[in-house]
Write a protein that binds this ligand. Structure first.
Ligand code: B12
Length: 272
């Protein structure tokens, strides 16, 4: 589908007949005073063949719905709407399920803004290492985030002058990734998990956090999980600082790491 402009009539669009992904940038200015405010609503009639992304009633919940021949498939992301903040959301239907990914970062900084922010606020390059861990051999996701070339016209972290990024590829054990992060003097560690059979991704991620904690290293790193079945809520539950799913670009990650480093520095010292 082409890029659509919300301020103009987009006319007839090509039919969506199979799996698809859409990304949108939007801001809600008044939640309570509105109701069912749409981000988009494509279709050929009320609740028959429609695809819509909308506020749920007048709440801060975001609802994604696909109506197919009168049958509704709906998912709701609770508290995804923050009044006055620009947010990016990715929604879609993959061959086996309907997904909504309430993006974690609002006001994502651009490539240039991230570099300027790091220079001004941190005053040195930040170190980020990453890998796809365990037996998972899917490198494309972590490459999209880290490699120089990037993904979908978004440069990867290796291209950022203020980031020292190292991508260690796939099938890296958790132990090895931690060792590599230590020797690189990294500030943040990125872990990619794609294969989810028998919840192996959850086990791998939990084991990663346990290893860091066991070695008393958890506080020393910002740790981020990512992959098509990962979202921020899940990652936080496992003990990561953040989680990113489909539609993520390097700038989402760079923005999060840079801001989190500054927040950590500002955190008051612990008192006994
Ligand atoms: C290419 C591919 C492969 C290639 C991988 C090649 C490579 N070098 O990566 C090969 C052929 C090796 C492969 C093997 C297998 N695959 Co495969 N593969 C795919 C396929 C077709 C595309 C994946 C991909 O590249 N996506 C594009 C990237 C850009 O998307 P992404 O990974 O989601 O990454 C984005 C985000 O998730 C996020 N992200 C990802 N990681 C991270 C990390 C961080 C830190 C952050 C911030 C963000 C982030 O950012 C990225 C950019 O936005 C998918 C199907 C599909 N259409 O998705 C199946 C798929 C992932 N594979 C699948 C399976 C089952 C397998 C095998 C087990 C098959 C088998 N029986 O042998 C093996 C597993 C091998 C192993 N040990 O891991 C399943 C997984 C199902 C599941 N839920 O577990 C899928 C979904 C296919 C399916 N529908 O069944 N596969």
């Amino acid at each position: 589908m082409p890029v659509l402009d919300a301020n103009v009539q987009n006319g007839d669009l090509e039919d969506i007949t199979g799996a698809f992904e859409l990304s949108v940038t939007a801001r809600f200015d008044a939640l309570v005073s509105g109701s069912w405010q749409r981000v988009f609503d494509f279709g050929d009639g009320a609740a028959s063949n429609n695809i819509l992304l909308t506020q749920f009633e007048n709440t801060s919940d975001l609802m994604f719905a696909v109506y197919q021949e009168g049958i509704a498939h709906i998912v709701v992301a609770h508290d995804a709407l923050i009044e006055g903040e620009v947010a990016n959301w990715g929604v879609g239907v993959d061959p086996d399920q309907i997904v909504i990914d309430d993006s974690l970062e609002t006001d994502v900084m651009s490539f240039d803004e991230v570099n300027e922010f790091i220079e001004a606020e941190i005053g040195r390059k930040i170190g980020i290492v990453g890998a796809c861990t365990g037996f998972d051999a899917h490198t494309v996701g972590i490459d999209a985030i880290m490699n120089m070339k990037g993904y979908n016209h978004h440069f990867g972290l290796e291209r950022y002058p203020m980031i020292d990024a190292h991508n260690y590829g796939a099938q890296v054990s958790n132990e090895r990734l931690i060792e590599l992060a230590r020797s690189a003097g990294a500030d943040a560690i990125l872990v990619s998990q794609v294969v989810t059979q028998k919840d192996i991704h959850l086990e791998n991620l939990a084991n990663f956090v346990e290893l860091l904690e066991a070695e008393d290293l958890r506080e020393g790193f910002i740790i981020i999980a990512g992959g098509p079945r990962i979202d921020n809520k899940l990652a936080l539950e496992i003990g990561f600082d953040a989680g990113f799913g489909r539609g993520t670009y390097a700038e989402h990650v760079a923005t999060f790491v840079a801001r989190r480093m500054v927040q950590r520095r500002r955190r008051p010292a612990k008192r006994d």
